[in-house]
Design a protein around this ligand. Structure first.
Ligand code: MN
Length: 282
């Protein structure tokens, strides 16, 4: 991000993953991490909600990690790297994509160190297809592997394929569809009740309304407002132990920058919530 601390002093790590192989609608998520970092230059360092200089906790941006290899070659390598980073003490890793299929490598890496890990999956799409367009590593399958071994709570969901419908809200998956503007307090209660104690946040930016972040690969009308989204994340960070975060599917638009600015501000705000929790402010 715009301000960089040495790795050893950093409370937060940002891993840029400009990997794009299977986007099915609009291309461009491979430029997501680069634009996210540009967007971070437009984020005010004083967090006006929390009243703190969050960056003073230390933010370190790691070298870009990507590959021309297909997912079956690249994902094991990525998973090994994420395992290494997940082991570092007193740091929280933010994986910035890139397409959402990357979560097929990031979530298992964290699940290995956190038995009983559950996932809050924020997305317009259920992403539960076992296979799509000939590949199990398609972005439409992002959460399917994790659904076999983790509790998953899905919010923002407003686009589901027929073959996903039988997995939605079944087994380890709790799906909370978004069909109308949410009753936020009851939604948050349900989310907190459904998640375990240790949580991984897998955020597809299209969970937000396209008016908030239009620059995503597969936008859907509806979605959470900015304030609804960050209130959900604030409560989850306050009440649970959040161990790692994905921010995926930023697909920058040509003539506007507000998607990347919003994505970077989201990451910075989440860092602020984690730091506020460190300081027992909530
Ligand atoms: Mn999505």
């Amino acid at each position: 991000m715009g301000v960089d601390a040495p790795l050893r002093d950093a409370r937060f790590l940002v891993l840029p993953l400009p990997y794009e192989k299977t986007t099915s609608y609009k291309k461009g998520t491979e430029r997501g991490p680069e634009k996210f970092i540009e967007g971070s230059l437009g984020v005010e360092l004083w967090d006006e909600e929390l009243g703190m200089q969050t960056y003073q906790a230390g933010i370190h941006t790691l070298p870009i990690l990507t590959s021309p290899e297909p997912a079956d070659k690249f994902f094991p390598r990525l998973q090994a790297e994420v395992e290494r980073l997940a082991r570092l003490k007193d740091k929280t890793l933010f994986c910035v994509g890139g397409e959402h299929s990357l979560s097929q490598a990031t979530i298992p890496a964290f699940a290995k160190f956190h038995p009983g890990l559950s996932v809050l999956h924020f997305d317009a799409h259920a992403d539960l297809r076992p296979e799509y367009e000939g590949s199990p590593h398609n972005h439409a399958c992002a959460l399917y592997p994790a659904s076999r071994f983790c509790r998953i709570v899905q919010i923002g969901i407003r686009s589901i394929g027929e073959e996903e419908a039988h997995i939605v809200d079944a087994g380890r998956v709790k799906t909370i569809p978004l069909r109308r503007p949410p009753d936020l307090p009851s939604l948050i209660r349900e989310v907190l009740r459904s998640l375990g104690k240790t949580v991984y946040l897998s955020i597809d930016l299209d969970g937000f309304d396209p008016a908030v972040i239009p620059g995503v690969g597969t936008p859907q009308p509806g979605g959470f407002s900015w304030f609804e989204g960050i209130e959900i994340f604030r409560q989850v960070i306050a009440k649970k132990t959040v161990v790692g975060i994905d921010i995926m599917e930023l697909c920058p638009l040509q003539d506007t920058v507000h998607s990347e600015l919003a994505a970077a501000k989201l990451a910075y705000r989440l860092m602020g919530y984690l730091r506020a929790k460190d300081s027992k402010l909530f």
